[in-house]
Design a protein around this ligand. Sequence first.
Ligand SMILES: Cc1cc2nc3c(=O)[nH]c(=O)nc-3n(C[C@H](O)[C@H](O)[C@H](O)COP(=O)(O)OP(=O)(O)OC[C@H]3O[C@@H](n4cnc5c(N)ncnc54)[C@H](O)[C@@H]3O)c2cc1C
Length: 474
Amino acid sequence: MTDAEPENLSRFHVLVAGGGNAGLCAAITAARSGVSVCVVEAAPRAWRGGNTRHTRNMRVAHEEGNGILTGPYPVDEYMDDLMRVTDGQTNLELAELTINASQELWDFLAEQGVHYQPSLGGTLSLGRTNAFFLGGGRSMLNALYRTAESLGVTFFYDTKVVSLDIENGFFESCEVVSQWQSDQPETRKLEARAFIAAAGGFEANIEWLKEAWGPAAENFLIRGTPYNRGAVLKQLLNAGVASVGDAKQCHAVAIDGRAPKFDGGIVTRLDCVPFGVVLNANGQRFYDEGEDFWPKRYAIWGRLIAAQPDQVGHVIIDSKSIELFMPSVFPPLQADSLEQLAVEMGIDSTAVSQTVNQFNQACRGSNFDHTVHDDCHTEALEPPKSHWARPIDTPPYYAYTLRPGITFTYLGVKVDKDARMIMHNGSTSGNLFAAGEIMAGNVLGQGYLAGIGMTIGSVFGRIAGSTAAAIVRN
Ligand SMILES: Cc1cc2nc3c(=O)[nH]c(=O)nc-3n(C[C@H](O)[C@H](O)[C@H](O)COP(=O)(O)OP(=O)(O)OC[C@H]3O[C@@H](n4cnc5c(N)ncnc54)[C@H](O)[C@@H]3O)c2cc1C
């Protein structure tokens, strides 16, 4: 047996739970160090890769543009951006580490077969700061899987880690259940000398979300994989690993209310809020739709809608704005009068007409320009609309129903700069490591910076893979 070969298929040097970006970066790095690695992935092969499948880009610091990235994005600017969105709610040491190490990710991923493409136009304007994957996250993942396979990593698909045997901060083994034949689940034990948790957050576990959000969570839609149910996270917390983050903190955006319960991905996002008004189920406005540019505000609308009655919002625009945002997958509701539109939306037409009329009468300014903070605002209206406020008066009128779309949760396990988990009593665990969503709350106490989810996964995946391999070799 060479160092890289498993003694058998139940004992490995390093066991990785979860086969998304974080797990794959960890597995590749550990395998390159010459230790045997297995990845246990809950989804069947065709659905492997969790939320990473849905991604398009990763935020990386760099000193100059490179033909695809359009200009420099220095470490200090990245750090300032992170401090702004988190309002300082971050572990500074780990945040600095993440951002410094992000400078190596372009080359690291390219070495694993990942290709890049220029940023597409669109509403988020990330061409300078974010590396876009050619073919999106799925193609990026396929490259990582091919590389990992070529390095001899063993994959168990359709196999969930269901329990962990951890004694005083030392992983000994875990129980996994394979669903290869749907009527006959197969349970067995896998042993390893180091364990890397890369099994995502608990966003697909509605019962757990309800513990934090109450019954409102029943109305949330989950933008990503149904497999991130937090089973590994729960086991780790039960085994005495310290938690980080708040169960209610998550990335949540407003998405089309007709999106599927799980896995709707990025196409269900709607970017028309700044061009119209958003009403709740009672026909009332509840927040400034033109507070700032949409890329800076889209991530607060999931929470805003989660706080409304029945967790629903209705955005109304008119024909002046229908061409100004990315087209929606599902066509909007359409009517020639606001009253008729309200009937189609299923809310009280008197309330809708009153709210829109009040809004129309409060609109001031005439230089509408959605590329700048223009002078179109409301006067003496509560809540105000600070920019891009134009009367909604030109039929046909359009409406979309909005629901909170949960991207991922932030409650996770506490780690140090070696990606090693910290125990509840403050001691360092023996051989427990974490990467990706399951520990992202160390860096993201609140808020979000587009593309940093993948950065955290790759940076800590590499660190976890390398430290786990090092303790095995020692
Ligand atoms: C629609 C959408 C778009 C996004 N776009 C971007 C983007 O462009 N850029 C960006 O930075 N971030 C983006 N994100 C966030 C990004 O997806 C995550 O930050 C990142 O993919 C997390 O990687 P991960 O490896 O930690 O988790 P995942 O990629 O979710 O992988 C976790 C894996 O663990 C497996 N698993 C779960 N439980 C178990 C278990 N018990 N046993 C075994 N395996 C288990 C799952 O099947 C899954 O494959 C997006 C998310 C969504 C939903």
